[in-house]
Write a protein that binds this ligand. Structure first.
Ligand code: ADP
Length: 488
């Protein structure tokens, strides 16, 4: 073990201190510098190595093998050589050479420490980030499942999936994801769709739970990719919509029951009503001489009321028929549909001296022809009925194409509708005008809305009181029942 005294504790001295301390064959027995705050002295104090501002205090130590004079002062080396001729003193050019090595060594040490600290910081950051992401995945109430490169073998199964399906992650990791589907071939067809479009959003499907229940889910699935863009698996995130599905089915059933109730009641009411209407007519015709004016008036009121009720029942029956009948989608010329709807309104139109402009380029649409004729006939009828008393009705029928949809417009120059009623008018029995001014039941637009809904479309109105109204009907080019999959 070589015992060394270092004189000069600046950058070189500090460097030499760490260089010698790293070396098992040598030991620094002391370090001196006139500057009591020199870097090397501070380090030495921390390491428990004796320090001094005067090197002479160490010279009497017998165990010194080597003195390194890392100051520029040659006279220090000479002084020591005189005082302690037996001790080897390194100074001058050799010391400067050692000084440079020591400084470089120190720089490298510092760089190494800096890199190690940075690495540690990055590792901690990465760890925190991983923990954060793991937390998100783990605590998501949604079911999250990832698969391996074969797109089948489950790699990750979060706690949401455990809760939804009853299987534990350890049960499922390593198993084929296909086994979870209620229909075995479902995964294959999902992969097929995924292959075509890159991702699949809100895909409705069913899974089987551990206790053999079927649950309905809304699945969003996409590929996992590495930095080169290669597919490394799939990630599927699903919501459990079983409860919503159940409610939806209950609602459908209730609606069907209600419709069938309305149908039966309306149907049964028709016969007695026909009798009231018919007999009050006979009374007016055959007994008018025997009735006084008040009696005649009462009878007129009875007949009028019965007529109104008949119209209501007819419309109610029509409304329930629209909901009950099968919808037959076929490709039809919308021009022919509008022509037919117009011909059923010809009499009323001529009576008011009105005109209808139909765009010549109306498209072919996939629809139920009978229902569509009914829809346009109702809209045209309203445009004639609610025409302004100051001018004959002018109705324009047109269509424009948007992405995936046809948007038809039926525009009139009638009395218009206050925009605050734009929703209300589509509700059953909602009328904005008294029956004395305009006869009607308040069911026509409800029937229209129902027909449009059956076609997966929408209906809305824009209007200005006194100027006219425009009814918009948007129809998807592929109605939902015709679509293979619903990618909404
Ligand atoms: P009805 O015509 O039998 O009253 P609808 O359901 O067809 O029933 O219409 C509901 C209400 O909407 C009508 O009572 C009327 O106030 C208003 N309305 C419908 N179409 C028009 C139109 N083209 N112009 C002005 N008001 C209209």
């Amino acid at each position: 073990m070589t015992k060394i005294l270092i004189i000069g504790a600046g950058r070189g001295g500090a460097g030499m201190l760490s260089l010698v301390s790293d070396n098992k064959d040598s030991e620094v027995i002391g370090i001196a510098d006139i500057d009591g705050n020199a870097e090397g002295l501070k380090i030495a104090r921390k390491l428990g190595i004796p320090t001094s501002q005067d090197y002479r205090v160490f010279l009497d130590r017998r165990d010194i093998d080597l003195i390194m004079n890392l100051t520029d002062e040659n006279k220090i080396s000479e002084e020591i050589r005189n005082l302690k001729p037996g001790i080897e003193v390194l100074g001058g050019t050799t010391a400067r050479f050692l000084w440079r090595i020591a400084v470089n060594h120190k720089k490298q040490q510092e760089e190494k420490t800096r890199l190690a600290e940075n690495l540690e910081k990055s590792n901690q950051k990465l760890f925190r980030l991983m923990e954060y992401h793991k937390n998100i995945l783990e605590h998501s109430p949604d079911m999250i499942i990832t698969t391996d490169r074969d797109m089948k073998t489950i790699l990750y199964f979060n706690s949401g999936a455990e809760k939804m399906l009853g299987f534990s992650s350890s049960d499922m990791v390593g198993q084929y994801v296909d086994t979870l589907y209620a229909n075995e071939n479902e995964r294959e067809s999902i992969l097929h769709l995924l292959d075509k479009s890159g991702s699949l959003t809100n895909h409705e499907t069913t899974l089987r739970t551990k206790d053999n229940r079927i649950i309905h889910i809304l699945l969003t699935i996409s590929y996992l990719k590495d930095s080169a863009g290669n597919r490394t698996g799939t990630i599927g995130i699903s919501k459990n919509i079983t409860r919503i599905k159940r409610l939806e089915n209950q609602l459908k059933e209730t609606n069907l029951e209600l419709e069938s109730f309305v149908y039966t009641v309306s149907h049964d009411l028709k016969a007695p009503l026909r009798a009231i209407h018919g007999f009050s007519g006979f009374l007016i015709e055959d007994y008018k001489d025997r009735l006084d004016d008040e009696g005649k008036q009462f009878l007129d009121r009875i007949k009028e009321g019965a007529g109104m009720m008949k119209a209501l029942i007819d419309d109610l029956l029509e409304l329930s028929r629209v909901g009950r009948a099968e919808v037959n989608f076929e490709s039809f010329s919308s021009k022919k549909i509008v022509d037919k709807a117009l011909s059923s309104n010809k009499f009323q139109l001529d009576e008011k001296g009105g005109r209808v402009h139909i765009e010549s380029t109306l498209p072919e649409v996939l629809c139920d022809k009978v229902r569509m004729i009914q829809l346009f006939a109702n809209l045209i009828n309203n445009s004639i009925k609610y025409s302004s008393p100051d001018r004959p009705p002018i109705i324009q029928i047109a269509c424009r194409e948007t992405a995936g949809e046809w948007v038809f417009t039926v525009e009139d120059n009638g009395i218009g509708i206050k925009m605050e009623h734009k929703k209300k008018i589509f509700e059953i029995f909602q009328r904005l005008h008294p029956s004395e001014d305009y006869d009607g039941t308040g069911i026509g637009l409800t029937i229209i809305k129902k027909i449009v809904t059956l076609h997966s479309g929408k209906v809305w109105v824009q209007s200005e009181v006194g100027k006219g109204s425009t009814f918009f009907i948007s129809l998807p080019k592929l109605p939902r029942k015709q679509r293979k999959r619903d990618f909404e």
